[in-house]
Design a protein around this ligand. Sequence first.
Ligand SMILES: [Zn+2]
Ligand SMILES: [Zn+2]
Length: 230
Amino acid sequence: MGFIDYLFPRQCINCSATGAYLCKSCKKKLEPHPEICPYCHRTSKDYRTCIECRCNKKNYLEGIIIPFAYTDLLKTLIIRLKYFHKKDIGDFLVERLVIAFQANQSFPQNNVIITFIPSHRYRHYFVKWYNQSELLAEKISERLQVPMVAVAEKKKRTKTQASLDRNGRLHNLKNAFSLTKNLRLQWNETLLIIDDITTTGSTINELAKLIKYHYPKIKVRGAVLWRHVG
Ligand SMILES: [Zn+2]
Ligand SMILES: [Zn+2]
């Protein structure tokens, strides 16, 4: 036990049991999100874009994997994860995401590269500002042993997507990103865009659109920890 642990023993954020920030029985209470199509939100195996939504040219993603259902317990966890730097909770979330990849039969085994949503939702941890999406992508890339690439930069300041209606969201994102200079992707690669949260998936779709414009043969997928509903 470290000195800090001695002064502030770890307590489950849900039931206050000592020993860990999230105890075993509370971890079990976190359920996976139902498998849905990222566009129409109807049931779709392995979180793949359904056949009908594939026909829409404005949909650029193969699917978005979501390991966690949005529950009150998860909300508490999100708040703690963002405002306190709790490594073991972060590791647990990453591990669940990795399990979701492994269980997903449509997820490719090879030629996967990982990226993140550029300069987006910075959070203050101690003295540095981090891009939450980049931090998560970095951890996944280490854990899966696949390369991480910054594919795009953010061109303009955008408002928080959650604060806008559907039209506002689309307008807000229009031409928000530009491709990273000297980016070289291979046609047979799958690009996996990681973000911590999605509401409608439109941010991930917008980045996918830019990638597909320059690399039409590349497959683009998304993965988020949870989907905000409502
Ligand atoms: Zn607990
Ligand atoms: Zn659909």
